[in-house]
Design a protein around this ligand. Structure first.
Ligand SMILES: Nc1ncnc2c1ncn2[C@@H]1O[C@H](COP(=O)(O)OP(=O)(O)OP(=O)(O)O)[C@@H](O)[C@H]1O
Length: 228
């Protein structure tokens, strides 16, 4: 589903963020991406949704060569995936319902499809009774649930999450991670870049560890710590 073949990324300022990274993520997998600050986690995620392009090597997503996509084909790629960030990125003047509905509206769904689907996803993330609330009326964890609902409303094949629990207390963080696990259980491939050590260790999923832009470890039922 996601394949990196000898990928390097050098930013215009000369910083090498990734160096010769090869990685294969199967359809339906759940993968944690860990590593110290600056290891290249966000860069790896950005290459998948084509926020950045590789300097060398090939990034394939569901058969598409992402680095080589024509600009006009990028929206097609992005429709295959949902993305969740640390800082939620919700529209501040729109309710929870409207934030989620907007993602369907811009992808050309009919009002009827939107009315049917949005309550379903709000239910999935446990926010059906907060549909009318503005982001400012929601807790951090609730705002992140809205962001997750928005990311999955269009049934993406892949869910990317870049430090989705970075702004949340440990208990709320658990709730979000459990939600991502549930979304994965329903068939979506999930990649989570995170520093949430306790959760990574407890969930015993595949853990890919980046260090200095290189893959330092890749274990099927891994832990957060450096492999020895
Ligand atoms: N847009 C950019 N331009 C130049 N350098 C960048 C850019 N984005 C990231 N970098 C650099 O690339 C390296 C990898 O950064 P990246 O954000 O991918 O790491 P990270 O593992 O996600 O870190 P963190 O855990 O702190 O989020 C760092 O040295 C960073 O300073």
């Amino acid at each position: 589903m996601i394949e990196f073949i000898n990928v390097s990324k050098v930013y215009p300022n000369g910083v090498t963020a990734l160096e010769d990274v090869s990685l294969h993520v199967e359809r339906g997998e759940f993968v944690f991406l860990v590593g110290p600050s600056g290891a290249g986690k966000s860069t790896l995620v950005r290459l998948i949704y084509r926020e950045e392009t590789p300097t060398q090597g090939v990034v394939m997503v569901d058969g598409l060569n992402v680095g080589r996509l024509r600009r006009r084909d990028v929206p097609f790629l992005r429709r295959q995936m949902g993305v969740v960030f640390q800082d939620f990125k919700l529209l501040p003047n729109r309710t929870a319902y409207e934030n989620v509905a907007f993602a369907m509206f811009v992808t050309g769904h009919t009002p009827r499809q939107i009315r049917r689907r949005v309550p379903e996803v709000l239910e999935l993330v446990g926010l059906r009774d907060k549909a009318g609330a503005l982001p400012s009326e929601l807790s951090g964890g609730e705002q992140q649930r809205v962001a997750v609902a928005r990311a999955v409303v269009n049934h993406p094949k892949i869910l990317l999450a870049d430090e989705p629990t970075g702004n949340l207390d440990p208990e709320t963080a658990w709730g979000i991670m459990e939600l991502l696990v549930e979304i994965n259980r329903r068939g979506t491939t999930v990649l989570v870049a995170t520093h949430a050590q306790t959760i990574v260790n407890a969930l015993k999923r595949r853990v890919v560890r980046l260090e200095g832009g290189r893959i330092a470890a890749d274990h099927a039922q891994g832990v957060y710590e450096r492999a020895i």
